[in-house]
Structures are given as structure tokens and as C-alpha cells.
Design a protein around this ligand. Structure first.
Ligand SMILES: Nc1ncnc2c1ncn2[C@@H]1O[C@H](COP(=O)(O)OP(=O)(O)OP(=O)(O)O)[C@@H](O)[C@H]1O
Ligand SMILES: NC(=O)c1ccc[n+]([C@@H]2O[C@H](COP(=O)(O)O)[C@@H](O)[C@H]2O)c1
Length: 273
């Protein structure tokens, strides 16, 4: 240690997790190693937040199953947990709102710890109230919340009408982003080509996954539909759960097939057919 302060970090991953794969779990390990290697951060918790049914992505099975599979997958982890809040919302929730929700919960937990120390709490509250987009989050002495995602999600920031610009600015500027490379994506180039991401490049941590690992949930669902083994792509308990509940068939893959994805419905005013 060189005397620099170490910031505690909570990593939040939002996604379909349809179903959760070993790669989703590996993302957390890669991100933790990367951040801790800098000597600036200590990752204290990981949160998986499966999206709600209102997201209406093609083939998205019921949230209760996706949450339960994520719970089974993380049962043995000492630091990764599943949070069902987002999955229980009746409508799709924008990711910036999900991040805010978890940040508020972290603040509330700190507040409970600090209740005895009113001077310290008042100071912290003042810092929060005077926050600017860029800095308040990093001045707190409690854990910092960062969004964890794959490079495909970072590159989706560039899809017209998919994300609000102010949401992107809030996520990368106020909280921070950890992005795992994925084959077919070039996050460094993407950041370089975006003025907004370039401005916030110091709070975007790109983690290079050298062992190219293209496990995707799409690939897993396809294998299941065809009666192929998915063992070693998913935790054994998740494989058993899928078999017991007969999840993922040609029929489940047709779910939402004719529906416009919720973010596009919201921003373009388009309605589902
Ligand atoms: N192989 C991978 N490498 C890096 N990131 C990944 C990988 N698989 C999933 N992720 C990331 O995990 C998060 C949740 O992903 P999601 O549930 O959409 O999985 P997915 O495999 O991309 O799903 P689908 O194939 O259904 O689109 C996203 O941020 C996504 O980028
Ligand atoms: N505008 C937004 O906040 C926005 C847009 C698109 C996707 N997302 C989120 O990104 C994640 C993407 O998941 P998938 O890769 O499974 O589609 C989901 O958690 C979804 O809610 C957020």
C-alpha cells in the first residue's frame, strides 16, 4: 500500500440473465481483479439485477425463473448476490433508475450505520446535496456503485433511441462503468469515437478478457431447444432447474417475437403490435 485511500466498490450488473451463465459470474471475478489490481479499489459486493418481464425481449421467460436461477448460481459465492427489485416492477425500468435505486439503498445503509454520529452524517448529506454530475459520488466515504456490463451493452449506447443521453452521462459520470470485452466489440474505439464517453473515460474501466469466451444466453437457449447439453456452460444447479421446470423451448423463444423492445417503445412512442 502506498498510503492512497482505497475506495470500496459495489458492482451492479443489469441484464436479462435468460438464463444466467458461467460467463455472467466470471464477469464479476474479472471486474474485481481488474479494479483491485489498481490498488485504488476494494470490491465488497456484486449485485445481479435481472430485468423485469416488461422489457419484452424476444424469448424472455418469466422473471421469477430468471431470478431463481441467478439465486442458485450465486448460492456459493461469498460476495455476489441477486436482487429481485428490478424484476418485480410491473413496467420496464430504465437502467439509470435501477442504478439510482441501488445507490439510494447504499446511502440508506450508511445512514443507519452513522445515525449515532450526527456530525459525520450531516457532512455527508451536504456533500450529496451539493453534488455535481461528476464528483459527488466519489467524494463519499461509503462504497461507490459501478455498473458492470459487457462491451455489447456499452456499444448499445450508440443505437438511436435506445438510451437517453442524460442517462448515459449519469451512469458513466456520476457512478462509473466497468466494461468486459466481448468478441465483435471494440470498447476502446467506441469510447474514443464518442465525445461524451471520452469526457468520462476516467470512470469507464475496460477489462480485457483474454480467454475469448463466447458463452451467450442466446447460444444456451438454442442448445436447449435442440436437446443439446449445456453442462459446464451453466452452474449444475441451474441446469437441473431448467430441466425440472422444462424451461426454454421453441414456444418460449417465440415469446415477445412481435413486440418492440421496451426502450424503443418508450423513446420512439412506438407501440407493440
Ligand atoms: N460472453 C460475455 N462476455 C462479456 N460480457 C457478457 C458475456 N455474456 C454476457 N455478458 C454481459 O452480461 C450482462 C447481462 O447479459 P445478458 O443477460 O443480456 O446476456 P447475453 O448472453 O448477452 O444475453 P442474450 O444472448 O440473451 O442477448 C450484459 O452486460 C452482457 O454484456
Ligand atoms: N435506456 C436504458 O436504460 C436501456 C436501454 C436498453 C437496455 N437497457 C438495459 O440493458 C440490459 C440489456 O440486457 P440485454 O443485453 O439482455 O438486452 C437490460 O438490463 C436493459 O434494461 C437499458
Amino acid at each position: 500500500m502506498d498510503g492512497r485511500e482505497v475506495t470500496k466498490v459495489v458492482l451492479l450488473a443489469c441484464g436479462s440473465f435468460n438464463p444466467i451463465t458461467n460467463m455472467h459470474l466470471r464477469m464479476f471475478e474479472l471486474a474485481r481483479d481488474h479494479l483491485q489490481d489498481t490498488g485504488q479499489y476494494k470490491v465488497v459486493k456484486g449485485i445481479i439485477s435481472p430485468v423485469g418481464d416488461g422489457y419484452k425481449k424476444k424469448g424472455l421467460i418469466e422473471a421469477c425463473h430468471r431470478v431463481e436461477m441467478a439465486r442458485l448460481a450465486t448460492e456459493d459465492s461469498g460476495w455476489i448476490t441477486v436482487d429481485p427489485w428490478e424484476s418485480l416492477q410491473p413496467e420496464w425500468v430504465e437502467t439509470a433508475k435501477v442504478v439510482r435505486h441501488h445507490y439510494d439503498r447504499l446511502l440508506a445503509a450508511e445512514q443507519n450505520e452513522d445515525d449515532v454520529d450526527t456530525v459525520k452524517y450531516a457532512k455527508k448529506r451536504r456533500l450529496e446535496e451539493n453534488h455535481s454530475e461528476d464528483s459527488s459520488h466519489h467524494r463519499r466515504d461509503g462504497p461507490q456503485l459501478m455498473l458492470l456490463c459487457g462491451a455489447d451493452v456499452l456499444e448499445s449506447f450508440g443505437i438511436p433511441d435506445m438510451w437517453k443521453q442524460e442517462d448515459i452521462a449519469e451512469i458513466v459520470g456520476r457512478y462509473g462503468l466497468v466494461c468486459i470485452t466481448r468478441s465483435g466489440n471494440d470498447p476502446h474505439k467506441f469510447i474514443h469515437q464518442s465525445d461524451m464517453l471520452w469526457k468520462h473515460r476516467k470512470t469507464i474501466h475496460v477489462v480485457h478478457e483474454w480467454v475469448t469466451n463466447e458463452i451467450s444466453a442466446t447460444h444456451v437457449r438454442r442448445a436447449l431447444r435442440r436437446g443439446r447439453s449445456v453442462r459446464y456452460l451453466l452452474p449444475d444447479d441451474v441446469v437441473r432447474y431448467i430441466q425440472e421446470h422444462k424451461l426454454y423451448s421453441a414456444e418460449s423463444e417465440r415469446k415477445n417475437a412481435d413486440v418492440i423492445l421496451a426502450p424503443l417503445q418508450r423513446y420512439t412512442g412506438a407501440s407493440s403490435s
